[in-house]
Write a protein that binds this ligand. Structure first.
Ligand code: CP
Ligand code: NVA
Length: 320
């Protein structure tokens, strides 16, 4: 498929709030082209001379390596900036850090705790800023998930997706992504672990435009019934480790994706998880290592969608 004069029309990508259905389709389309052309010599020219800085306040395997590998594959350079190695950790302001990095780099990818930190970076940087996960959102993951679903299901609109477990950062952007692309999403989570009401309302508003449904329930059985896609994530996101005594009994009791829950889904349902996984907690080994699991394609697709995002933000009007 050919992508002509593509333009994302946004400076930054901090959450799927920043892009509409057309822009999501564009990212997925370009990601598919780039995935096919991973080894094509012309791909190695796409980011020639461009430098991307990657700030990590939290640990990461997939985000770090898939960004870095994707940037190198397109001929660009990646500078990894561990939080403790830069002056930000000694109190230099985000504003001054953003202004300084804008003098040297062409793009910043940042993984932070507080979402307002990545918003501040974006406001004060005059180069694109990509959220590589904050406590509130994980847009690159949601886009990789949509790409993966489209590959396995051949469509997005009209599918039923069940989110089982914590209404967390990954869930938030997936809610917006599903609503904007016409996927019916049901979140099954304990009462006190729902996505924020404001976010649910926003997803419902977006879903009206695509005739999709957004539901938040407590019972995972309701969500799993007739699902085409079943998704979960850790009960203990980064920074929540000290809540394990409270969270584990609540989640483990009812919100584990296991063979019984998978039996309620459609026969050809796929299982997804952004990783890292705690086998035996949010999902059994049998499910994540079983035939319905597409977690490795999902992880691979992180790189392809991120390459598309980088290109669209750094090289507006690119034609491939
Ligand atoms: N899924 C994901 O973002 O993984 P990392 O935390 O390893 O980057
Ligand atoms: N919800 C998880 C996702 C990790 C990729 C976390 O924030 O730790």
């Amino acid at each position: 498929m050919k992508v002509n004069k593509a333009n994302l029309s946004t400076k930054d990508l901090l959450s799927l709030q920043d892009i509409n259905a057309r822009q999501i389709t564009l990212v997925l389309k370009l990601a598919r082209v780039l995935k096919k052309k991973t080894k094509c010599p012309r791909s190695r020219e796409l980011l020639r001379g461009k430098i991307v800085g990657m700030i990590f306040q939290k640990p990461s395997t997939r985000t770090r390596v898939s960004f870095e590998a994707g940037i190198y594959q397109m001929g660009g350079n990646a500078v990894s900036l561990n939080y403790n190695d830069i002056q930000l950790s000694r109190g230099e302001s985000i504003e001054d850090t953003a202004r300084t990095l804008s003098l040297y780099l062409d793009c910043i990818m940042a993984r932070v705790y507080d979402h307002t930190d990545v918003q501040k970076l974006a406001n004060f940087a005059n180069i694109p800023v990509i959220n590589g996960l904050s406590d509130s959102f994980h847009p690159c993951q949601a886009l990789a998930d949509l790409l993966t679903i489209s590959e396995y299901k051949g469509q997005l609109k009209g599918l039923n997706l069940a989110w089982i477990g914590d209404g967390n950062n990954v869930c938030n952007d997936l809610l917006l992504g599903c609503a904007k692309t016409g996927i019916n999403m049901t979140v099954a989570c304990p009462k006190n672990y729902r996505p924020r009401d404001e976010l649910i309302q926003l997803a419902k508003y977006e879903a009206e435009l695509t005739s999709a449904k957004v539901m938040v329930v407590e019972d995972p059985i309701i969500a799993a019934k007739d699902a085409d896609v079943i998704v979960t994530d850790t009960f203990l996101s980064i920074g929540k480790e000290n809540e394990s005594d409270v969270r584990e009994p609540i989640f483990l009791f009812k919100y584990q994706v296991n063979r019984e829950l998978m039996k309620l889904t459609k026969r050809d349902a796929i299982f997804m998880h952004c990783l890292p996984v705690n086998r035996g907690k949010e999902v059994t080994s049998e499910v994540i290592d079983g035939n319905s699991s597409v977690v490795w394609s999902e992880a691979e697709n992180r790189m392809h969608v991120q390459k598309a995002i980088l290109l669209l933000l750094m090289k507006p009007n690119i034609s491939l």
